[in-house]
Ligand binder design. Structure first.
Ligand SMILES: *[C@@H]1O[C@H](CO)[C@@H](O)[C@H](O)[C@H]1NC(C)=O
Length: 273
């Protein structure tokens, strides 16, 4: 069932589509290629993406999927769960939990290289998260099934606010955004309690990956990319107009970042043009 061998495309795809995320791009690239090239991983790959809305967490997970599975998000080896849509009723936690465990087990039994995405982790009930933890350990086999070739990706808004503040504090001293390093954000990550439901000290998650807040220049790139993707001629002036008219920004003394990142762009492009 291992379909993907085109992970060289990942680097290119990240560079071309994921704007303003030099840290995330680099860590994802290293983590995913390292894992895929390892014939005998000790545990599944577990990535936890953090950052506010619209900064590219979903997009990044889709780019990974696209480069590992021929059918992309439609692959039957790729499973997407949104806590709000799939596990809305907190009275049903035990049912959700056992169903989910059953599915993970069934799917990994069929295909060791299965990939699971969990979106909106901030709203995921802790009981369900606990139910996922056994799959992420260094256990050789759990009831006869090995999960070591599976990939789990968690998307969460947790940490978005503190990542924004750190980015702002860094930029205000006149330093270049590209110079911001994973280490600069690691203290932030460990200071957020129950980060996306996972304790930072636990070894379940291999990489906590921060997504930075976006600036106007990145919004312009998002608009241009969306124009291209929807068959419009990319027009820089129009993209700038849209970045100024449609997108809300924090005040300058709070960084001037786009409040909802690139979130509104796709939905409003046609209307705007
Ligand atoms: C695999 O996961 C899907 C949910 O994405 C579920 O509907 C299906 O029943 C699972 N398959 C097995 C064999 O458990």
């Amino acid at each position: 069932c291992s379909e993907g061998n085109c992970y060289f495309g990942l680097k290119d795809d990240l560079a071309r589509n994921l704007f303003g995320q030099h840290i995330a791009s680099e860590v994802i690239m290293k983590a995913v290629t390292g894992f895929i090239n390892n014939d005998n991983p000790k545990k599944p790959l577990v990535l936890s993406f953090h950052g506010s809305s619209g900064v590219g967490k979903n997009l990044a997970s889709q780019l990974i999927v696209k480069n590992l599975y021929k059918q992309g998000m439609d692959s039957r080896f790729v499973h997407y769960f949104n806590s709000v849509a799939h596990f809305p009723d907190h009275g049903q936690v035990e049912t959700y939990k056992s169903q989910l465990q059953h599915w993970i087990r069934g799917n990994v039994t069929n295909c060791a290289h299965s990939l699971f995405i969990f979106d909106e982790m901030k709203n995921m009930h802790p009981g369900i998260i606990d139910g996922l933890k056994p799959f992420m350990d260094y256990v050789h086999k759990l009831d006869g099934v090995s999960y070591r070739k599976a990939i789990f990706i968690f998307l969460s808004n947790d940490g978005g606010e503190i990542i924004r503040r750190t980015t702002f504090d860094f930029l205000i001293t006149g330093k270049e955004r590209q110079k911001l390093k994973l280490e600069d954000l690691e203290t932030d990550i460990s200071s957020v309690e129950g980060f996306g439901g996972f304790e930072v000290e636990s070894n379940a998650v291999d990489f906590f990956i921060p997504f930075l807040p976006l600036e106007r220049q990145h919004i312009v790139k998002c608009v241009l990319a969306e124009m291209e993707a929807t068959g419009h001629k990319p027009d820089h002036n129009k993209a700038c107009d849209m970045a100024d008219e449609i997108v809300l920004y924090f005040p300058k003394d709070e960084g001037g970042f786009a409040r909802f990142g690139c979130k509104m762009i796709a939905g409003r492009l046609e209307f705007f043009l």
